[in-house]
Structure formats: C-alpha cells, structure tokens
Design a protein around this ligand. Structure first.
Ligand code: SF4
Length: 468
C-alpha cells in the first residue's frame, strides 16, 4: 500500500506531457520570465533611443558596422516579421514573455492610480483603428528607414502604454487588451497556433471555490477561455484548479469551432481592410512603378497649370519624411499619393472581399453578414503580412550581397500555402454554416466567390515579387 502511494506522484508526473510541464515551469519561474522581460526592455530602449541621437549613415555601411543600420535591421528585418511568424506558431508568447511595452505597462499599472477602465476604451473598433492609423502614419514618416521616426512611433506607443497602465487597472495590461495597435493582429494570427492553454470546464467546476484567482494581466476571463486570441501565454494560470493545461491542438481548431456569437465584425474588418488591404498597400507602394508613373503624371499636370505648392517639401519630418542629408524628402504630393495608393489598394482588395462575403451570406440564405467566414482568410492575411515584412529582411541581406536565389521559390511556396490553407478553412467554415442540409452547389459557389476575391491579394504579391 505504502509503495503504491509513493508511486502515485511518479505516475502523475509521467502522464504530464512535455507541454504541460513547460506551462507549469512558466508558472513556477515567474522570476526568470521577469528577468527576461527587463532584459528585453533595456535592449529595446537602447536600440530605440540611441540610434535616434546618431547621424544618419551618408555612405554604404554594413548593418553590423553602424548602430543606426543595426537597429533598423533588428527592429524591422528580424523583430517584426518573426514576431508575426511566432504568433502563427506559438500564440502570443511574445506578448506574455518578451514584449517590452506590455512589461512596462504592467509595471506602471502595479504602481499607478488603479482607476477603472473607461467605457470609451472598451470600444471594439480600437484594434482596427489603431492598426490602420499606425500603419499609414508609419509610411508617411518612413518608420522602417529612420530611427527618429521609429522612436516617435514605437516610443510614443510605449509612453502611451505606460500612461494607460499608470492610470487604469491594478497590475493589469489594460493597454494591451484594448489599445495596442498590434493587439488585433496578434489576436487574429494566434488563433492558428498549434498550442494553447486548454481549459477543462468540468475540472474547473469540481475545484474548490476558495482557490485564489489567477493574476491574469491581460484580463482574460479564464474560465470561459476558448482559444488563444486574448491569452498572452504567460503561463501564470497553468495548472490552476487542475483545469488549465498547455496543450497541442490542430491549427484550424479554434477558427473552425468559432461560434457565430464570437465572430466580430471588427475582426473581419481588420482582416479584409486592415491586413489584406492597408498593409498590402503599405508594403507595395514604394516598389510600384505605377506609383512613380502616377506621381510624374500628376506633377506634370500641376506644373502645366502653375500649381506648385503640392510640390513643396517643407513638411516637418514628423509629418512627412524629411531627411535632406540623405536626399530623402517627401513633397505634399508624395504624401497625398501614398494615401491614395494605400486607400485604393484597400478599397479594391477589401471591397472585393466584403462583396464576396455578402454574396456568400446570400447564398447561405442569411440576412446578416456571415462575419465568421472572414476568419478563414487568417492564413492568407498572416502569410501576406509576413511576406511584406520579410521583404525588408531580404533587402538588408541583398545589400550584404548574400546569395538569395532560394527566395523567389520560398515566396511562391508561402503564397501557395496561404491560398490552400485559407481555401481549406473557408470550405470547412462553409460546411459548418449550412450543415448537411445546405446544397453542395451553393456551398461550392460561395467558396468560389470567396476564393475569387483573394485573387487581387495574390496577384499584387506576384506582380511585386516577380514582375516589378
Ligand atoms: S489566460 Fe491569462 S494568466 Fe493564463 S496564460 Fe493566458 S494570459 Fe497568462
């Protein structure tokens, strides 16, 4: 009997999966995670502030020889594209374990006023609005190229995060939950991650009601958590009430099992107009020969009519790119045409996708918009953003004369994966919509409409990578 009792912990330990052990390790080693967070904070602030105080490189330099270029490579060549990729692979581990802004906001909230979250902050449109405004503003001031612009946008966001943390919540990440410009994107992409903190509701109910609550910084309603979208994967709740376990799952599971009432029009807007529209336009305008032709045409038209003020380049650097020392100065016309190019791309891509959703809804016999179907576009949106951001990485590596003959092939494979994955998800979402009663033909036509609407996205990447 005694031997049996002694062996029980060994049996239980053996039955815990590696992931479960990892989740529990994260809970038990908060100190180590916090040490990593503070290290990232120091590194992040150093790379954000220091290069902004240095002169811009006037002639060619390797990125590892010049701090301005080094910071640029780290921020935009590595950090951004691979944080996006990590969302697809690991969920929001970046947010819970590494993000300096989240750490600083939570720290400020622990020492702050502890106010209640105001109603305006709970508006569901913030993730979409903040993403769109930040992306467009970043293009106008060339955030990817200049450290002062990066300091303004990233530093401004960090100060706002700390201020919100100081004013609202008690040790919580109110900023991350409601206002962070990347929150909506991360919340969408992490739905595809093959790992999550799974909640066993039966075990939860059986646990003692006196079990102390978990200090969940992003304010997740843990008992009802059905996926990754709001969870920062910090591990603090691992093993809570013997009901929460870090587990593997099928990457499509969260989206396919999404309930109608959980589908948000704002998420759909962020996918079709934000990630597939605004972001695509923002990544592509500077490589586009159409942009150059349009600019020349409009400039000639203006000069013929003696209208010169749009060609003036007297805007300050925080409004439009203005670096005469590197011959990089935007005119008012440049600014207007960047807005026009991004706006047109957004309308063509997003408008087409919205129309296809409407048509699919009509074929399903629905009056309301089938927002749930839009989540099927998440793989396409995630891979599209990764391709756009990694174009900067490739540009850096090209400047170093590193052999990149494999890049076109890899891009083609990623585009193929994106379209097949989204196609499969859309098909499964459509199947779940109408059940068996829904005629196969209608489902197939709805699917074709939705897939046809993805063609402009694919075409825009094919043109940019293989023809321009
Ligand atoms: S639910 Fe909250 S506490 Fe649990 S892992 Fe996610 S963020 Fe951390």
């Amino acid at each position: 009997m005694n031997e049996l009792v002694r062996d029980i912990p060994i049996v239980i330990e053996a039955r815990r999966t590696r992931l479960q052990r990892l989740g529990d390790w994260m809970r038990e080693h908060r100190g180590a995670i916090q040490a990593v967070q503070w290290l990232v904070v120091v590194f992040y602030l150093g790379l954000l502030i220091w290069p902004a105080l240095l002169p811009l490189p006037r002639e060619y330099a390797h990125f590892y020889e010049n701090l301005v270029l080094f910071a640029q490579f780290l921020f935009w060549g590595l950090w951004w594209p691979f944080v996006m990729l990590s969302m697809l692979l690991l969920g929001r581990v970046w947010c819970g374990v590494f993000c300096p802004e989240g750490s600083l906001s939570e720290w400020a909230s622990r020492h702050g006023r502890g106010g209640a979250i105001p109603r305006w902050m709970r508006w569901g449109g913030w993730p979409f609005t903040a993403f769109v405004l930040t992306t467009i503003y970043g293009q106008l001031i060339s955030v990817y190229e200049y450290p002062k612009a990066a300091l303004l946008i990233l530093g401004g966001s960090t100060i706002a995060a700390m201020l919100v943390g100081f004013l609202y919540g008690r040790g919580k990440r109110v900023w991350c939950r409601h206002l962070c410009p990347a929150n909506g994107v991360f919340s969408l992409l992490s739905r595809l991650a093959p790992v999550h903190f799974r909640v066993d509701t039966a075990a939860w109910r059986q646990a003692s009601p006196r079990t102390p609550a978990v200090d969940c910084a992003p304010l997740v309603n843990i008992r009802d958590m059905r996926g990754n979208s709001a969870c920062h994967m910090c591990g603090r709740c691992s093993g809570h009430r013997d009901a929460i376990v870090l587990s593997a799952r099928a990457p499509n599971q969260e989206i396919v099992s999404l309930r109608d009432r959980d589908a948000s029009p704002w998420d759909a807007m962020l996918l079709i107009f934000g990630l597939l529209g605004v972001a695509t336009g923002a990544f592509q305008w500077s490589a586009s020969p159409w942009f150059v032709q349009l600019k020349q045409g409009v400039a000639e038209w203006l000069i013929e009519r003696d209208i010169y003020w749009p060609l003036g380049n007297d805007a300050p650097w925080w409004l439009l790119t203005h670096y005469p020392e590197t011959n990089d100065v935007f005119t008012w016309l440049d600014g207007a045409l960047i807005l026009f190019y991004i706006g047109t791309t957004t309308l063509v891509i997003g408008g087409g996708l919205l129309l296809a959703l409407r048509l699919a809804g009509w074929l399903l016999g629905r009056r309301a918009m089938p927002w749930r179907l839009a989540y099927g576009l998440t793989p396409l949106a995630g891979i599209s953003v990764f391709l756009g951001l990694s174009a900067l990485t490739i540009a850096f590596l090209k400047a170093e004369r590193i052999g990149l003959t494999w890049v076109p092939g890899l891009r083609a494979v990623l585009l193929l994966v994106a379209v097949l994955w989204s196609g499969w998800l859309l098909w499964r979402l459509l199947a779940a919509e109408g059940g068996n009663a829904m005629a196969f033909n209608r489902r197939a036509i709805a699917w074709l409409c939705l897939m046809a609407a993805t063609v402009p996205v694919l075409w825009s990447w094919v043109v940019m990578f293989y023809f321009w």
